[in-house]
Design a protein around this ligand. Sequence first.
Ligand SMILES: *Cc1c(COP(=O)(O)O)cnc(C)c1O
Length: 352
Amino acid sequence: MSKFWSKLIQELSPYIPGEQPKNQALIKLNTNENPYGPSPKVLAAIKSAISDELKLYPDPESIELREAIAKFYNFSSSNIFVGNGSDEILAFIFQGYLKKSKPLLFPNITYSFYPVYCKLYDIAFQKMPLDKNFEINLEDYLVPNGGIIFPNPNAPTGIAKKVSDIENLLKNNNDSVVVIDEAYVDFGTESSVYLINKYDNLIVTQSLSKSRSLAGMRIGCAFASKSIVDGLNRIKNSFNSYPIDRLAQIAGAEAFNDKDYFRQTTNKVIEARQFLVEEMSNLGFQILPSGANFIFTKHNNKRAEIIFKELRNNDILIRFFESPEEINNYLRITVGSMEQMKQLVHAIKKII
Ligand SMILES: *Cc1c(COP(=O)(O)O)cnc(C)c1O
């Protein structure tokens, strides 16, 4: 606290990111990173871009990156927006599209950055309870609103909605923007991106941090109608004309171009998830159905906090949420490599 803090600074409640420990020996399963690292082609492209050209500003429009993304999905680059991580894109969306007189709707258990942006931009919001199975009930969202946002699959539950359910929501919600945060969609969940061809109030965001293993580069993208993208560019160009640096533009484009590596590594994560789910069910865990690169789970009789602490003593870091109360006996575990999952299961067997 400083006497120079504005009222805004005083009243903020910033997001608390998962721990990034210095201890390299830890098996890090707490922030949903990808165990495999970026494609070798991405690394080669970054290395070749390390040159004298770094004295020049990057392309403010990130054309090459947007075209690689457009090509992957068969869109026009005018439907693609890119940002410094999808968190930055979400910030622009909140500021530009979700501040309305009616409240923004999002699930009561979801990505905890959403209420943080609401505070930053002074946006009214209403939390919509998940049902007893921790599922989002989209019928509940058919009420007057200033916008709707949720991750698909949801975080930290991992549970996905079907595209047909999302389309039904869009059909019945014409007067506000619907944002689908697809940070985890590539781990076996069907994407809603193609619905942008039909619904001009839809924005889909994706991240290169998880399925494309570039968390350290900070790249995200969004898909929407051209006029929505134009609006995002107006905000971006009123804030920072160059959010994506030269290395990130090249890395991101190459990550979308190397489809084989992307498919191989996401499939390996999905296989490791199946292994983990099977092993943990045998050890007395209840696991929510996951369409993501993490599972959300509780044990039938051992408290989540104890398991979390004992795994930590065994150099395995997972995520435990003290609040809200509904989830304070659950653990979120990132799906890593098969080898890491075997070590995790081994450690859990000792603890239980
Ligand atoms: C990780 C995550 C993001 C942010 O991704 P970045 O591209 O790394 O900023 C957004 N939404 C959800 C639900 C996430 O889990």
